[in-house]
Design a protein around this ligand. Structure first.
Ligand SMILES: [Zn+2]
Length: 261
């Protein structure tokens, strides 16, 4: 079995009403017309996956100016990355003992703005950037028209990048790292099964923003491109977890992130 090490990079905190994450968290009823809202703190993380052959960066986090006008105001109002300015990709890599030049390849789980904000660091380089076939056209379409999702910014990804297109349901990236196509949150969302020795890790990512989503409570509509596909992808993740006994890493659940390390 390949000798694989995973380093977890904490890229900061996003705060939002839980209604934007878990569908119907607080709804008014006849007997409770003013339910309490839960304003929660979530995590943004990246991974460094090191194999004997290669060092892979999983996602690139938010742009440091997310709160300074780089993110569209309506989106920041809903999902506030409150400390993005303190979390540059280069700085967070340095804290973990890595430099940008150590990165041999980047895997983009998808191209939303809390994942693609550090891609500019690879502009003009030949570092391969892996993205799913179903993600890239939807990202361009969304970023450049009024259709699709507002969570895609052309300034994040419309750059001189060495795109490597991933096709199909599963993709063998390198020994011990299988990419999984998990459509639902976005058309081309990817997770991964990382076969750490004795301790496999299932990167579920934004397929489940938090634990409640992984347990089957629907994500809020603002986080769903296609809810039927989302349910299918969730079933696939849970099957893989049952088969492998893998630890899971969810998209933005702070407790899960802290316990998996
Ligand atoms: Zn996300």
């Amino acid at each position: 079995m390949a000798n694989i090490e995973v380093t977890f990079l904490d890229r900061g905190r996003v705060q939002a009403d839980r209604n934007f994450v878990v569908d119907g968290t607080s709804v008014a009823t006849a007997s409770n017309r003013e339910p309490e809202h839960t304003y929660e703190t979530y995590v943004v993380w990246n991974l460094l996956v090191e194999t004997p052959e290669t060092t892979i960066l999983w996602d690139t986090g938010s742009h440091p100016d997310a709160g300074g006008g780089y993110w569209p105001q309506p989106l920041y109002e809903a999902f506030a990355h409150v400390d993005a300015a303190e979390h540059t990709l280069e700085g967070d890599l340095a804290d973990a003992g890595y430099a940008l030049s150590d990165i041999d390849a980047v895997v983009m789980s998808h191209l939303h703005l809390d994942h693609a904000g550090g891609l500019s660091e690879f502009d003009g380089t030949d570092v391969p950037i892996y993205v799913h076939r179903e993600e890239l056209p939807y990202a361009y379409y969304s970023a450049n028209t009024d259709e699709g999702s507002i969570a895609y910014l052309a300034s994040d990804f419309d750059r001189d990048l060495n795109w490597q297109i991933v096709h199909g349901d599963s993709y063998h990236l390198t020994d011990g790292v299988e990419l999984l196509h998990l459509p639902g949150h976005t058309p081309g969302l990817m997770g991964a099964l990382i076969e750490r020795p004795d301790d496999p890790l299932l990167v579920v990512g934004d397929e489940a923003y938090v634990q409640a989503n992984y347990e089957g409570q629907s994500m809020a509509t603002s986080l769903l491109w296609n809810s039927a596909r989302w349910r299918e992808s969730l079933a696939r993740c849970r099957d893989i977890q049952r088969e492998t006994g893998a630890e899971i890493l969810l998209g933005h659940d702070l407790d899960v992130f802290e316990s998996v390390q």
